[in-house]
Design a protein around this ligand. Structure first.
Ligand code: DCP
Ligand code: CA
Ligand code: CA
Length: 348
């Protein structure tokens, strides 16, 4: 069985969580472009905002027209916070499920014979640990699990057996299927297929003619109730970084190094999960003038997640302080230039 877990209104829910004052408000997370105060697009919005028609990708100015100002909070995206929370959720998912793959910043795919039993435990675990809601689908195929999760949103749980899965996917409109983009769904509709079951009637020959061998064969299987197996690809990441704010502005190397401790171990936890070693280590300094500076060093032999880098960090901090006279407000660490560790974890 496959399980798919997707966090509900992820960025907006995280913002809601760290602002208890925002209870009951519409939360619009925005990517500001900076051209004018309202330039940019909506990243995501909580469910009360969606009820007013606000959605991801919408210009911020449009969202402002739809949302009552007194009940709405517009917040700029804070990717570092979301990435850090995503890594923590990842630890919980992997702690409960041996075969888990992170598919995006807020979703996971799992293959597990006990998926139906684990699904409510995963939801409870994430709720208990972070106070966050997610939606989970369980089905004989990953496609079925994904569609079940999105159908059950928000805070949903939907477990399907093979018959229920075939009924759900077969009856679904073609554009609702992950993997069918707007171009393909438009073409399918033009050929007379509204829902997935209709695709079977088009026949293999026409499908391959219209969409090529690979997509055509996939659509033919889909229409006939044969769904992909496999877990999908892990989202490839070439680097891992963690940044945090200092309690106060400082140039004290010990304050800087001590703030790095937690960030370093969070980053290394990610490396461990990803089974990666790294060849480049960087420290990131955001100075009081809000400029970002990085000091890096590279290693001929890749470093493992459990290797001590105290001396290297100290050297990079001193190198930065020697070349810059300003106080530091935020500090971060980045591991990059990855190498697959594969089964070689015992080397370290
Ligand atoms: N995101 C974005 N721009 C988009 C789509 C998404 O910045 N066009 C970001 C914000 C989302 C996050 O990615 O919070 C996850 O995307 P989802 O598609 O899973 O959407 P949400 O988690 O926000 O909502 P849902 O409850 O529908 O999953
Ligand atoms: Ca989501
Ligand atoms: Ca998602």
């Amino acid at each position: 069985m496959y399980l798919h877990l997707d966090m509900d209104y992820f960025f907006a829910q995280l913002e809601e969580k760290r602002r208890p004052m925002s209870a009951g408000k519409i939360i619009v997370v925005c990517v500001y472009s900076g051209r004018t105060p309202d330039s940019g697009v909506v990243s995501t919005v909580n469910y009360p905002g969606r009820a007013l028609g606000i959605h991801s990708g919408m210009p911020i100015a449009f969202a402002k027209k739809r949302a009552p100002p007194a009940d709405t909070i517009f917040i700029p995206v804070d990717h570092e916070h979301y990435a850090r929370m995503s890594a923590q959720i990842d630890s919980v998912v992997r702690g409960m499920c041996a075969k888990a793959v992170q598919a995006s910043i807020d979703e996971w795919n799992v293959e597990d014979n006990e998926a139906a039993k684990k699904a409510p435990r995963l939801k409870d675990g994430i709720r208990a640990e972070f106070g966050l809601s997610c939606s989970v689908g369980v089905a004989p195929s990953l496609l079925g699990a994904k569609m079940a999760a999105s159908k059950s949103k928000p805070d949903g749980l939907l477990v399907l057996d093979a018959d229920a899965e075939r009924a759900m996917i077969g009856g679904s409109d073609v554009e609702k299927v992950p993997g069918i983009g707007p171009k393909t769904s438009g073409a399918l509709r033009a050929m007379g297929a509204q829902n997935v079951r209709d695709i079977a009637k088009l026949g293999a020959v026409r499908l391959v003619e219209a969409f090529g061998r690979k997509t055509g064969a996939w659509l033919h299987d889909l229409g006939n109730g044969r769904y992909d197996s496999g877990l999908g690809e892990e989202k490839e990441q070439g680097e891992v970084s963690r940044i945090g704010t200092l309690k106060e502005k400082t140039r004290d190397p010990y304050m800087l190094l001590s703030r790095l401790e937690e960030l370093e171990s969070e980053g290394k936890e990610r490396l461990l999960h990803m089974k990666k070693s790294y060849r480049t280590l960087s420290l990131i300094f955001v100075t009081e003038d809000l400029r970002t500076h990085a000091k890096s060093m590279s290693f001929r032999n890749p470093r493992g997640w459990n290797e001590d880098i105290r001396a290297e960090k100290e050297a990079l901090v001193r190198e930065f302080l020697a070349g810059n006279a300003l106080e530091v407000r935020r500090i971060g660490i980045r591991f990059a230039n990855f190498l697959d560790l594969g089964g070689q974890t015992t080397l370290f």
